[in-house]
Design a protein around this ligand. Structure first.
Ligand code: NAD
Length: 258
Protein backbone atom coordinates (compact mmCIF):
# COMPACT_ATOMS: atom_id res chain seq x y z
CA UNK A 1 0.00 0.00 0.00
CA UNK A 2 1.63 3.28 -1.03
CA UNK A 3 1.02 6.42 0.94
CA UNK A 4 1.92 10.07 1.20
CA UNK A 5 4.98 9.26 3.35
CA UNK A 6 7.72 11.81 2.48
CA UNK A 7 5.61 13.31 -0.34
CA UNK A 8 5.66 17.10 -0.67
CA UNK A 9 2.07 18.34 -0.79
CA UNK A 10 0.66 21.85 -1.20
CA UNK A 11 -2.91 22.35 0.04
CA UNK A 12 -4.87 25.54 -0.65
CA UNK A 13 -7.64 26.50 1.73
CA UNK A 14 -5.81 24.27 4.17
CA UNK A 15 -6.78 25.91 7.48
CA UNK A 16 -10.51 25.20 7.78
CA UNK A 17 -12.97 22.41 7.08
CA UNK A 18 -11.94 19.98 4.34
CA UNK A 19 -8.52 21.56 3.75
CA UNK A 20 -7.66 21.54 7.45
CA UNK A 21 -8.56 17.84 7.67
CA UNK A 22 -6.28 17.22 4.66
CA UNK A 23 -3.43 19.23 6.20
CA UNK A 24 -3.69 17.26 9.44
CA UNK A 25 -4.15 13.82 7.87
CA UNK A 26 -1.38 14.24 5.29
CA UNK A 27 1.15 15.65 7.78
CA UNK A 28 0.33 12.90 10.30
CA UNK A 29 0.77 10.37 7.47
CA UNK A 30 4.35 11.54 6.98
CA UNK A 31 3.89 14.03 4.14
CA UNK A 32 5.80 17.33 4.01
CA UNK A 33 2.98 19.84 3.83
CA UNK A 34 2.74 23.46 2.75
CA UNK A 35 -0.71 24.66 3.72
CA UNK A 36 -1.96 27.94 2.29
CA UNK A 37 -4.89 30.19 3.09
CA UNK A 38 -5.88 33.73 4.01
CA UNK A 39 -6.41 32.73 7.69
CA UNK A 40 -3.18 33.79 9.41
CA UNK A 41 -4.05 32.91 13.04
CA UNK A 42 -5.55 29.53 12.13
CA UNK A 43 -2.62 28.71 9.85
CA UNK A 44 -0.03 29.52 12.49
CA UNK A 45 -1.92 27.45 15.09
CA UNK A 46 -2.12 24.42 12.77
CA UNK A 47 1.58 24.70 11.90
CA UNK A 48 2.47 24.91 15.58
CA UNK A 49 0.26 21.95 16.50
CA UNK A 50 1.59 19.67 13.77
CA UNK A 51 5.26 20.59 14.13
CA UNK A 52 4.86 20.21 17.91
CA UNK A 53 3.73 16.64 17.24
CA UNK A 54 6.92 16.11 15.20
CA UNK A 55 5.32 16.38 11.74
CA UNK A 56 6.33 18.61 8.84
CA UNK A 57 3.96 21.46 8.03
CA UNK A 58 4.57 25.05 6.96
CA UNK A 59 1.80 27.64 6.75
CA UNK A 60 1.90 30.12 3.88
CA UNK A 61 -0.47 33.06 4.17
CA UNK A 62 -1.77 34.03 0.76
CA UNK A 63 -4.73 34.62 -1.50
CA UNK A 64 -5.17 32.06 -4.29
CA UNK A 65 -6.54 34.74 -6.62
CA UNK A 66 -3.22 36.63 -6.44
CA UNK A 67 -0.63 35.15 -8.77
CA UNK A 68 2.32 36.31 -6.66
CA UNK A 69 0.92 34.61 -3.56
CA UNK A 70 0.37 31.34 -5.42
CA UNK A 71 3.81 31.37 -7.02
CA UNK A 72 5.34 32.05 -3.59
CA UNK A 73 3.55 29.00 -2.15
CA UNK A 74 4.85 26.73 -4.93
CA UNK A 75 8.35 28.21 -4.55
CA UNK A 76 8.20 27.67 -0.78
CA UNK A 77 7.44 23.97 -1.25
CA UNK A 78 10.36 23.55 -3.63
CA UNK A 79 12.81 25.65 -1.59
CA UNK A 80 11.94 24.04 1.73
CA UNK A 81 11.34 20.44 0.69
CA UNK A 82 13.15 20.17 -2.66
CA UNK A 83 10.22 19.20 -4.88
CA UNK A 84 6.43 19.27 -5.23
CA UNK A 85 4.75 15.88 -5.55
CA UNK A 86 1.12 16.80 -5.11
CA UNK A 87 -1.31 19.70 -4.88
CA UNK A 88 -4.77 19.76 -3.40
CA UNK A 89 -6.41 22.81 -4.98
CA UNK A 90 -9.20 23.16 -2.46
CA UNK A 91 -9.71 26.82 -1.49
CA UNK A 92 -13.22 27.96 -2.24
CA UNK A 93 -15.94 30.39 -1.27
CA UNK A 94 -19.72 30.11 -1.34
CA UNK A 95 -22.11 32.93 -2.18
CA UNK A 96 -25.83 32.47 -2.53
CA UNK A 97 -27.95 34.39 -4.97
CA UNK A 98 -30.11 33.73 -8.00
CA UNK A 99 -28.82 34.92 -11.35
CA UNK A 100 -31.34 37.78 -11.19
CA UNK A 101 -29.80 39.00 -7.94
CA UNK A 102 -26.05 38.60 -8.13
CA UNK A 103 -23.67 41.52 -7.78
CA UNK A 104 -20.49 41.91 -9.80
CA UNK A 105 -18.53 41.88 -6.54
CA UNK A 106 -19.92 38.45 -5.63
CA UNK A 107 -19.38 37.17 -9.18
CA UNK A 108 -15.74 38.22 -9.18
CA UNK A 109 -15.09 36.88 -5.68
CA UNK A 110 -16.53 33.44 -6.48
CA UNK A 111 -14.83 33.12 -9.87
CA UNK A 112 -11.54 34.60 -8.64
CA UNK A 113 -11.22 32.18 -5.73
CA UNK A 114 -12.95 29.07 -7.07
CA UNK A 115 -11.74 29.11 -10.69
CA UNK A 116 -8.86 31.57 -11.12
CA UNK A 117 -7.32 30.35 -7.84
CA UNK A 118 -7.21 26.77 -9.14
CA UNK A 119 -5.96 27.87 -12.57
CA UNK A 120 -3.10 29.82 -10.96
CA UNK A 121 -1.95 26.99 -8.72
CA UNK A 122 -1.99 24.65 -11.72
CA UNK A 123 -0.09 27.19 -13.83
CA UNK A 124 2.75 27.30 -11.31
CA UNK A 125 2.75 23.71 -10.03
CA UNK A 126 2.60 21.90 -13.39
CA UNK A 127 5.99 23.09 -14.70
CA UNK A 128 7.65 21.89 -11.47
CA UNK A 129 5.93 18.51 -11.79
CA UNK A 130 6.73 18.18 -15.51
CA UNK A 131 10.37 18.86 -14.76
CA UNK A 132 10.26 16.08 -12.14
CA UNK A 133 8.43 13.84 -14.65
CA UNK A 134 5.73 13.17 -12.05
CA UNK A 135 3.05 14.88 -9.99
CA UNK A 136 -0.63 14.87 -9.14
CA UNK A 137 -3.17 17.66 -8.74
CA UNK A 138 -6.50 17.07 -7.00
CA UNK A 139 -9.17 19.74 -7.39
CA UNK A 140 -12.12 20.16 -5.02
CA UNK A 141 -15.20 20.67 -7.13
CA UNK A 142 -18.72 19.96 -5.76
CA UNK A 143 -21.93 18.11 -6.48
CA UNK A 144 -23.05 21.66 -7.30
CA UNK A 145 -21.36 20.98 -10.66
CA UNK A 146 -23.93 18.22 -11.33
CA UNK A 147 -27.03 19.29 -9.41
CA UNK A 148 -28.76 22.66 -9.61
CA UNK A 149 -28.51 24.27 -6.16
CA UNK A 150 -31.40 26.72 -5.85
CA UNK A 151 -30.06 30.23 -5.30
CA UNK A 152 -26.40 29.36 -6.00
CA UNK A 153 -26.11 29.93 -9.76
CA UNK A 154 -22.64 31.46 -9.85
CA UNK A 155 -21.19 28.99 -7.32
CA UNK A 156 -22.57 26.04 -9.34
CA UNK A 157 -21.08 27.48 -12.53
CA UNK A 158 -17.67 27.97 -10.88
CA UNK A 159 -17.56 24.33 -9.75
CA UNK A 160 -18.68 22.95 -13.15
CA UNK A 161 -15.93 25.00 -14.80
CA UNK A 162 -13.34 23.20 -12.67
CA UNK A 163 -14.37 19.84 -14.14
CA UNK A 164 -13.79 21.13 -17.67
CA UNK A 165 -10.49 22.72 -16.62
CA UNK A 166 -9.31 19.45 -15.09
CA UNK A 167 -10.17 17.38 -18.17
CA UNK A 168 -8.44 19.81 -20.51
CA UNK A 169 -5.26 19.90 -18.37
CA UNK A 170 -5.21 16.09 -18.47
CA UNK A 171 -4.93 16.11 -22.26
CA UNK A 172 -2.10 18.66 -22.18
CA UNK A 173 0.00 17.53 -19.25
CA UNK A 174 -0.58 13.87 -18.38
CA UNK A 175 1.75 12.74 -21.20
CA UNK A 176 4.47 14.57 -19.21
CA UNK A 177 3.69 12.72 -15.98
CA UNK A 178 1.10 14.93 -14.27
CA UNK A 179 -2.12 13.27 -13.15
CA UNK A 180 -5.35 15.19 -12.41
CA UNK A 181 -8.36 14.19 -10.34
CA UNK A 182 -11.40 15.95 -8.99
CA UNK A 183 -13.18 15.33 -5.72
CA UNK A 184 -16.82 16.30 -5.61
CA UNK A 185 -18.09 16.49 -2.04
CA UNK A 186 -21.77 16.45 -1.20
CA UNK A 187 -22.85 17.89 2.14
CA UNK A 188 -19.82 18.08 4.44
CA UNK A 189 -19.98 19.51 7.97
CA UNK A 190 -17.57 22.46 7.76
CA UNK A 191 -17.57 26.16 8.72
CA UNK A 192 -18.63 26.96 5.13
CA UNK A 193 -21.70 24.76 5.44
CA UNK A 194 -22.54 26.16 8.89
CA UNK A 195 -22.36 29.72 7.53
CA UNK A 196 -24.76 28.76 4.74
CA UNK A 197 -27.40 27.87 7.37
CA UNK A 198 -27.62 31.45 8.61
CA UNK A 199 -30.94 33.08 7.85
CA UNK A 200 -32.90 29.82 7.60
CA UNK A 201 -36.03 29.38 9.71
CA UNK A 202 -34.58 26.46 11.74
CA UNK A 203 -31.47 26.06 13.90
CA UNK A 204 -28.45 24.47 12.23
CA UNK A 205 -28.84 21.19 14.16
CA UNK A 206 -32.38 20.68 12.83
CA UNK A 207 -31.36 21.58 9.29
CA UNK A 208 -28.46 19.09 9.49
CA UNK A 209 -30.75 16.35 10.82
CA UNK A 210 -33.19 16.95 7.94
CA UNK A 211 -30.37 16.80 5.39
CA UNK A 212 -28.87 13.64 6.91
CA UNK A 213 -32.21 11.82 6.58
CA UNK A 214 -32.24 12.54 2.83
CA UNK A 215 -28.75 11.10 2.19
CA UNK A 216 -28.79 7.33 1.50
CA UNK A 217 -26.07 6.65 4.12
CA UNK A 218 -28.21 8.64 6.63
CA UNK A 219 -25.46 11.01 7.70
CA UNK A 220 -23.70 14.10 6.47
CA UNK A 221 -20.06 13.91 5.43
CA UNK A 222 -17.17 14.84 7.71
CA UNK A 223 -14.08 16.64 6.44
CA UNK A 224 -12.02 13.55 7.21
CA UNK A 225 -14.16 11.55 4.74
CA UNK A 226 -12.83 13.84 2.02
CA UNK A 227 -9.27 13.90 3.37
CA UNK A 228 -9.02 10.09 3.34
CA UNK A 229 -10.23 9.93 -0.26
CA UNK A 230 -7.85 12.71 -1.37
CA UNK A 231 -4.92 10.96 0.35
CA UNK A 232 -5.65 7.87 -1.74
CA UNK A 233 -6.16 9.84 -4.96
CA UNK A 234 -2.83 11.67 -4.53
CA UNK A 235 -0.97 8.42 -3.79
CA UNK A 236 0.55 6.06 -6.34
CA UNK A 237 -2.19 3.52 -5.61
CA UNK A 238 -4.48 5.76 -7.66
CA UNK A 239 -1.97 5.98 -10.51
CA UNK A 240 -4.44 5.02 -13.25
CA UNK A 241 -7.18 7.41 -12.08
CA UNK A 242 -6.78 10.42 -14.30
CA UNK A 243 -9.15 13.10 -15.60
CA UNK A 244 -11.98 11.72 -13.44
CA UNK A 245 -14.12 13.14 -10.69
CA UNK A 246 -14.75 11.05 -7.57
CA UNK A 247 -18.04 11.87 -5.87
CA UNK A 248 -18.07 11.82 -2.05
CA UNK A 249 -21.72 12.31 -1.24
CA UNK A 250 -23.06 9.27 0.57
CA UNK A 251 -25.20 8.28 -2.42
CA UNK A 252 -27.03 11.57 -2.97
CA UNK A 253 -26.47 11.47 -6.72
CA UNK A 254 -28.02 8.00 -6.90
CA UNK A 255 -31.39 9.23 -5.64
CA UNK A 256 -34.32 9.16 -8.04
CA UNK A 257 -35.88 12.52 -8.99
CA UNK A 258 -39.04 12.04 -6.87
N1 NAD B 1 -18.63 21.86 2.87
C1 NAD B 1 -19.29 21.34 1.86
O1 NAD B 1 -20.40 20.79 2.02
C2 NAD B 1 -18.69 21.37 0.47
C3 NAD B 1 -19.35 20.67 -0.54
C4 NAD B 1 -18.83 20.67 -1.83
C5 NAD B 1 -17.66 21.36 -2.09
N2 NAD B 1 -17.04 22.06 -1.11
C6 NAD B 1 -15.80 22.76 -1.45
O2 NAD B 1 -14.77 22.32 -0.59
C7 NAD B 1 -13.77 23.33 -0.47
C8 NAD B 1 -13.50 23.56 0.99
O3 NAD B 1 -14.70 24.03 1.60
P1 NAD B 1 -15.00 23.94 3.16
O4 NAD B 1 -16.42 23.52 3.28
O5 NAD B 1 -13.92 23.20 3.85
O6 NAD B 1 -14.97 25.51 3.50
P2 NAD B 1 -14.25 26.38 4.63
O7 NAD B 1 -14.85 27.73 4.50
O8 NAD B 1 -14.30 25.69 5.92
O9 NAD B 1 -12.72 26.44 4.12
C9 NAD B 1 -12.37 27.18 2.99
C10 NAD B 1 -10.88 27.44 3.03
O10 NAD B 1 -10.54 28.23 1.86
C11 NAD B 1 -9.75 29.33 2.31
N3 NAD B 1 -9.88 30.45 1.38
C12 NAD B 1 -11.01 31.17 1.09
N4 NAD B 1 -10.70 32.14 0.23
C13 NAD B 1 -9.37 32.04 -0.03
C14 NAD B 1 -8.46 32.76 -0.83
N5 NAD B 1 -8.86 33.82 -1.56
N6 NAD B 1 -7.17 32.37 -0.87
C15 NAD B 1 -6.75 31.33 -0.12
N7 NAD B 1 -7.54 30.60 0.65
C16 NAD B 1 -8.84 30.96 0.70
C17 NAD B 1 -10.24 29.66 3.69
O11 NAD B 1 -9.28 30.42 4.39
C18 NAD B 1 -10.43 28.25 4.25
O12 NAD B 1 -9.20 27.74 4.71
C19 NAD B 1 -14.33 24.54 -1.22
O13 NAD B 1 -13.77 24.60 -2.50
C20 NAD B 1 -15.82 24.26 -1.29
O14 NAD B 1 -16.42 24.92 -2.39
C21 NAD B 1 -17.52 22.08 0.17
Amino acid sequence: MSSLQDRVVLITGGTSGIGQACTELFARSGAKVVTMSIQEAEGKAIQEQLTGEGHQCVFHQGDVSQEGDVKAAVDLAVEKFGRLDAVHANAGVLRNQKITEFTLDDFHTVLNVNLLGVALVCKHAIPVMEQQGKGCICITTSVAADIGFPGHAIYCASKAALVALMRSMTTDHSPNGVRFVGVSPGTIDTPMLAASCEGWDKPKEELYADVAKKIPVQRMGESVDVAQAVAFLLSDDAGFINGSVVHLEGGTLALPPW
